[in-house]
Design a protein. Structure first.
Length: 345
């Protein structure tokens, strides 16, 4: 698409080399506060997982303060038709967003206005702040893009499914919504008690999320029938899970992998998946998964074809005193697709 091609060209032209090697959780930022800065756009990189700006703000009788500003990735902006060509290095910008808990000079942008007066709304729950000429979220484009279309139960599992932040059950945060009530054992409870997500929750570079956290990612997913197996294509990090149909997993005999080894079967319209040998990663609250953790998933399309219900039962004696069940949904949207993620650091 033209928008994506321009973004790639812009990144090449500015030759940006930002020396940042971690991407951070929203918990780093104080979402109950909004600050504004006005300065010169020194660097910009339109990329995934986070777009980044460097803004230099002049100060009287002091050296300029350099701000590191980040936002959601370029895939989100491409989906809503964001006009990024208004923002060029060397021009003045006005930025509103949340200050970082880690210290001064960092923020998460919700709105940014270019020197020519065009405002880009970069956070899905924000609205235009300064200008009448705007693009991005809060302008109706994000809603109109996927409006219309008719689904039906015959469509089944094999298509693209999306998150919906306006729907509590289909929002990415739904999967770990009850995490505070998880039955942690004594060791895991101690780890969780000292865990600081703002400082310790960052992922290094483009390191993908493991199971089960990857199933809470916000981007579209697609199920592809390959006969003897089913591929789950996940937009974030260009992740792919492979589910062998009718074959039992070999458990500890399999080498550990980020998404483990999965076998599946059908129970009516429901795809039932068992996964073992997952490479241990941390749960969002901090405890490290046990090497023997097991996962039982169920994917069930609704009868009307517009929703995919998902449950996952996690058995992990190294962390939980009993199995934990988590739930979320995805919704069907016409014209949606899994886009290349092309993560860059």
């Amino acid at each position: 698409m033209k928008q994506f091609a321009f973004v790639a060209l812009l990144c090449a032209c500015v030759g940006v080399q930002l020396s940042l090697h971690a991407h951070h959780a929203y918990t780093e930022y104080q979402q109950d506060q909004t600050i504004e800065i006005d300065g010169v756009l020194k660097e910009v990189e339109w990329r995934n997982p986070h777009v980044r700006f460097v803004v230099e703000v002049a100060r009287p009788n002091a050296a300029p303060l350099v701000w590191d500003v980040e936002s959601a990735g370029i895939n989100n902006l491409n989906r809503i038709g964001a006009n990024v060509e208004h923002f060029r290095t060397g021009s003045r910008v006005r930025v509103a967003g949340w200050p970082s808990r880690r210290g001064p000079g960092r923020m998460y942008v919700t709105n940014i206005m270019a020197q020519d007066g065009h405002e880009l709304v970069m956070w899905r729950f924000s609205k235009p702040r300064w200008a009448s000429a705007s693009s991005g979220y809060g302008t109706g484009a994000d809603k109109a893009l996927f409006a219309g279309g008719v689904a039906n139960g015959a469509s089944g599992l094999f298509r693209v499914w999306s998150s919906d932040y306006d729907d509590p059950d289909a929002s990415p945060g739904a999967l770990f919504r009850e995490e505070r009530n998880f039955p942690l054992n004594d060791v895991a409870r101690k780890v969780a008690g000292s865990w600081d997500p703002a400082r310790q929750g960052a992922l290094v570079g483009c390191e993908p999320k493991g199971m089960p956290v990857i199933m809470g990612q916000p981007f579209p997913i697609e199920f592809v029938d390959q006969g003897g197996s089913i591929l789950v294509r996940i937009e974030e990090y260009d992740a792919v899970r492979s589910i062998r149909m009718g074959a039992a997993t070999a458990g500890a005999a399999q080498p550990a992998a980020p998404y483990g080894h999965s076998s599946g079967k059908w129970e009516g319209p429901t795809l039932v998946v068992q996964t073992t040998s997952v490479q241990p990663r941390r749960y969002p609250s901090g405890p490290l998964q046990g090497a023997g953790a097991r996962y039982l998933e169920r994917f069930t399309p609704s009868a009307d074809g517009i929703r995919l219900h998902y449950t996952i039962s996690v058995t992990d004696p190294d962390v939980f005193t009993r199995p934990v069940e988590m739930k979320r949904s995805w919704v069907w949207r016409p014209n949606e697709k899994v886009m290349p993620f092309n993560c860059k650091t």
